[in-house]
Design a protein around this ligand. Sequence first.
Ligand SMILES: *[C@@H]1O[C@H](CO)[C@@H](O)[C@H](O)[C@H]1NC(C)=O
Ligand SMILES: *[C@@H]1O[C@H](CO)[C@@H](O)[C@H](O)[C@H]1NC(C)=O
Ligand SMILES: *[C@@H]1O[C@H](CO)[C@@H](O)[C@H](O)[C@H]1NC(C)=O
Ligand SMILES: *[C@@H]1O[C@H](CO)[C@@H](O)[C@H](O)[C@H]1NC(C)=O
Ligand SMILES: *[C@@H]1O[C@H](CO)[C@@H](O)[C@H](O)[C@H]1NC(C)=O
Ligand SMILES: *[C@@H]1O[C@H](CO)[C@@H](O)[C@H](O)[C@H]1NC(C)=O
Ligand SMILES: *[C@@H]1O[C@H](CO)[C@@H](O)[C@H](O)[C@H]1NC(C)=O
Ligand SMILES: *[C@@H]1O[C@H](CO)[C@@H](O)[C@H](O)[C@H]1NC(C)=O
Length: 306
Amino acid sequence: MARLVLPYISFIVFLLLMCMATQPGTGTTHSDEVKALGEIAEQLGKKDWNMNVDPCINDSSWSTPKLDSRPLYNNSLICNCLDSVCHVVALFLTGQDLAGVLPRSLVKLPYLKSLDLTRNFLSGNIPHEWVSTKLEFLSLSVNNLSGPIPNFLGSITTLRYMSIENNLFSGLVPIELGKLVNLENLILSTNNLSGELPVALTSLNNLTELRISSNNFTGRMLDFFQSWKKLEKLEIQASGFEGPIPSSISILSNLIELRISDLVGEGSNFPNLSSMTGMTKLMLRSCNIYGQIPTYISNMTQLRIL
Ligand SMILES: *[C@@H]1O[C@H](CO)[C@@H](O)[C@H](O)[C@H]1NC(C)=O
Ligand SMILES: *[C@@H]1O[C@H](CO)[C@@H](O)[C@H](O)[C@H]1NC(C)=O
Ligand SMILES: *[C@@H]1O[C@H](CO)[C@@H](O)[C@H](O)[C@H]1NC(C)=O
Ligand SMILES: *[C@@H]1O[C@H](CO)[C@@H](O)[C@H](O)[C@H]1NC(C)=O
Ligand SMILES: *[C@@H]1O[C@H](CO)[C@@H](O)[C@H](O)[C@H]1NC(C)=O
Ligand SMILES: *[C@@H]1O[C@H](CO)[C@@H](O)[C@H](O)[C@H]1NC(C)=O
Ligand SMILES: *[C@@H]1O[C@H](CO)[C@@H](O)[C@H](O)[C@H]1NC(C)=O
Ligand SMILES: *[C@@H]1O[C@H](CO)[C@@H](O)[C@H](O)[C@H]1NC(C)=O
């Protein structure tokens, strides 16, 4: 009996192994990166990664992109496998109530391009080790991070998306952020940032989205729009800045969402928004605007919120 069945069992096992080996995205994670992930778990306070299975085989402990019971939850690790060696390229650990700190050992994942730690309880500041990462996407939104925005963030020049929204960051926006010339999205809203925005930010010519609402900035509203002609979304609500809205805003013909509110200080006529024909959301609340609403508003046929 055993002699008859054994070849079949062997064959089935062989088929299963073949099947696993040819699944997309499978392979063996580089051992240094597996070790690094163990350290990262400890620093983040993440307890549910199964360290007994390879991180890149798409095991559910390493990759559960969706939980119906928790709409804001995402637990995804994405690998890039070549010649049966896998490297971690993206980590999305959102809405998980992680209560540790930002992991120093992140730098031991040299292929990592995207990191999303949105909606946790991480505290402390950004570790200096991150200066040698090659991140392109970084979201630390909705955490408990505090202290100044570190100058060395300006050295991660690969960054194209950066959000530190909804934390307790304070102090000045560092001049060094002007070195992030590839930035397309810069989101600093809902912190306790103060002072004026540094003129160095005029080198961010590729910005399409800038949100700096709910902060404690001072002085006149920035007049950097000449340098930010690609802007599509601009949000400056209750930022602390004084009016009026600089007239150079008229140059932003790609704007589709504009929200400015609660400007203190001097008022002005309605700003010239006539070139922004693709506008979908326009909000100018408590900005001390007087005079008539211009008739070109009726040509903004995409407008959904006014
Ligand atoms: C990984 O598993 C999830 C289900 O847990 C599935 O939706 C996804 O397509 C899988 N990805 C790959 C690359 O196999
Ligand atoms: C979870 O994150 C992965 C990686 O970014 C993404 O592909 C997926 O769409 C996300 N899932 C949800 C439900 O947002
Ligand atoms: C938030 O961080 C502060 C230190 O900056 C700490 O005292 C506090 O306990 C943290 N809160 C939570 C909910 O983790
Ligand atoms: C905001 O920052 C200022 C210093 O710039 C500090 O005095 C104040 O305590 C901070 N407020 C909060 C709520 O952290
Ligand atoms: C801006 O984006 C363009 C096109 O994506 C890219 O070629 C360029 O290097 C980026 N940086 C600057 C400073 O223009
Ligand atoms: C904003 O800064 C001023 C002084 O610069 C300070 O008096 C005030 O408490 C700060 N507001 C918050 C919410 O921290
Ligand atoms: C409004 O701005 C547009 C685009 O910058 C410009 O062509 C136009 O002359 C301006 N209109 C007024 C009344 O200043
Ligand atoms: C609205 O657009 C039309 C067609 O482009 C143009 O002729 C008209 O002058 C515009 N109206 C206003 C008030 O700008």
